[in-house]
Design a protein around this ligand. Structure first.
Ligand code: URA
Length: 228
């Protein structure tokens, strides 16, 4: 019902009761299922007890709970989260950028299902310059291991010194999709970043840092996939 800072002020000024007793210590713990919390005498309920996290994934961290080859996993970056949360889709070991994790299976399913047309934006760096035929093929669809890629928005961000940076906007997430698409037109991706997922970016997060989504962000995600 209020920001963290405003909530602390409410607590410190004696406006919050747990089971009928005023608490003034912001670290007081409550059991959302058993305790009765009142603010200004009115009961409040936990609106959202699920956990939604945005991680700025660095390269070199595996998106997996297990670590079969002794590489680092993203869970080593998520210290302080004491519930089990699952990645929404995957990023390759060497890919960096926006990775959402949550314990909300319905939302995660819809965010990754192509039917809901959630936008994922990637920046891919490669040697050489994809020509007009290659760019058209990337936009219209190229053959992948499991079928054909769906139409995508693709633009050249920079083409200089024999290298090209492409931006690709996709609504699906087949395995290693961007790398497969670029390979299909003769270019190996050297470096890949996911800059946006469903409108969320890594703004204000350094590589390896994470934050909880705000309630407004969760609401927007749910609206995007028709979960309202
Ligand atoms: N496409 C890829 O090829 N790799 C990723 O990590 C994400 C999208």
């Amino acid at each position: 019902m209020a920001s963290r800072r405003a909530s602390e002020r409410l607590i410190q000024t004696g406006n919050v009761e747990i089971n009928g007793a005023v608490v003034t210590h912001p670290g007081a713990r409550v059991d959302p299922d058993g305790d009765r919390v009142c603010v200004h005498g009115q009961p409040v309920r936990a609106v959202d007890r699920q956990t939604y996290v945005l991680l700025h994934k660095p390269p070199g961290y595996l998106v997996s709970a297990r670590d079969p080859h002794h590489v680092r996993t993203i869970y080593q970056l998520l210290r302080g989260i004491d519930v089990r949360i699952f990645p929404v889709g995957r990023l390759d070991l060497d890919t960096r950028g926006v990775l959402l994790l949550m314990d909300d299976g319905d939302l995660a399913f819809r965010l990754t299902h192509p039917r809901y047309r959630v936008e994922k934006v990637y920046r891919a760096w490669m040697r050489g310059h994809p020509n007009a035929v290659a760019l058209t093929a990337l936009r219209e669809g190229v053959k992948l291991g499991d079928g054909t890629s769906a139409p995508a928005r693709v633009r050249v961000v920079r083409a200089r010194d024999g290298n090209t940076e492409l931006e690709l906007v996709l609504h699906e997430g087949q395995k290693r999709q961007v790398k497969q698409m670029c390979a299909a037109v003769g270019h190996r991706v050297q470096c890949l970043t996911r800059t946006h997922f469903a409108g969320l970016t890594t703004r204000h997060l350094r590589l390896g840092q994470w934050r909880h989504l705000t309630q407004a962000e969760v609401k927007r995600l749910r609206e995007q996939v028709g979960l309202v």
